[in-house]
Design a protein around this ligand. Sequence first.
Ligand code: SAM
Length: 207
Amino acid sequence: MPETAYSEVSRLEHLWGGEFGNDYVDRNRDAQNGREPFWKNLTARYEIENVLEVGCNVGANLYWLNRYMESRSVFGVDINEKALKELKKRNPEVNAIWSPAKELPFRDRYFDLVFTTGVLIHQTPASLPMVLSEIVRCSRKYVLCAEYFAEELTEIPYRNQRGALFKQNYGKIYQDLFPKLSLVEKGFLSKETGGWDDVTYWLFRKY
Ligand SMILES: C[S@@+](CC[C@H](N)C(=O)[O-])C[C@H]1O[C@@H](n2cnc3c(N)ncnc32)[C@H](O)[C@@H]1O
């Protein structure tokens, strides 16, 4: 990665690892509310024995996965220590691990499902391929992302930070970079239904 791109990645990692990320934790303690139907439905329809969320924060998704996956083999990584501490306190059965998304500490094909919700949008365009390739590497069956959508790369101002939030067609980027991923389903999770913030999700099967 060129040096300027590398320093942009460090900038965002420090941002989420520090006070900015801690404040996000405080604002989103109840983020799991409204997300139950999505995860209950998904785990009922697909065979998923173990799962990894990249950028899990306090566990708004992992809380439900831990409830609906019989195996309870649930892992989350995040770069913010406060989020992980809170996750462990609330869900002691969940494996909460500190790690930057660009180098996941797991073996190839270790998880049935690896996913992000609202995390790819916070990666710089330069580091995104590295993060996606780590996600795909760690999955043996499914990859899912639920992110803000735009046809073209669009930067959105975010809490007085520059270069911290990008909308784009994340599903297309996955498919362009990893042609062996095949789209299983795609949908929209609206604000109105509760729990989600008008995000588009894509579920891919990896062969
Ligand atoms: C907007 S929050 C989304 C949290 C959670 N996925 C959800 O849907 O409720 C973004 C999360 O990703 C984490 N994060 C951002 N960049 C990261 C990176 N490069 N590596 C690991 N975690 C990261 C942040 O610390 C934060 O917990």
